[in-house]
Design a protein. Structure first.
Length: 137
């Protein structure tokens, strides 16, 4: 990524302060939602934000909740998204492996369902997906 020198200089000042503030917020129990304005991760690489949240103090489950139930509640959409339940939008991603044990698995999405329509399937093993879908985070 090619950035103008003034951006690099500003980032060197802002990023450490931002990390410190976010870590303090996590420690204080502030509920957060995972998301992007493309300032942290380029579109399509958003899975890396889970790891970043863990580096700043969240557990793997808390990071996953930031991208699911917390995000839905903080946006006022918990009646439509955030959990896998009958009557909710069927927006689901699945990965190989267990993101609780390896959060980086979320950087390699194998299956995407948006609004109940399969958008991406890289020969995902559905037995594993069923185990994940049965659990509410």
């Amino acid at each position: 990524m090619h950035l103008p020198p003034w951006v690099v200089e500003k980032a060197a000042i802002i990023i450490p302060a931002a990390k410190k503030n976010v870590a303090q917020a996590f420690k204080a129990g502030v509920r957060v939602a995972l998301g992007t304005d493309a300032g942290v991760y380029p579109h399509g690489q958003n899975g890396g934000e889970f790891w970043s949240m863990m580096q700043l103090g969240l557990t793997p489950v808390q990071a996953l909740q930031a991208g699911t139930a917390n995000a839905a509640e903080l946006m006022g959409w918990s009646d439509r998204v955030g959990v896998i339940r009958w009557g909710m939008f069927a927006d689901i991603v699945a990965v190989r492996g267990d993101p609780i044990n390896d959060i980086h698995a979320l950087e390699h999405v194998q299956f995407v369902m948006k609004g109940g329509i399969q958008r991406r399937n890289l020969q995902f093993v559905f037995g594993v997906a069923n185990a994940i879908i049965g659990a509410e985070l």
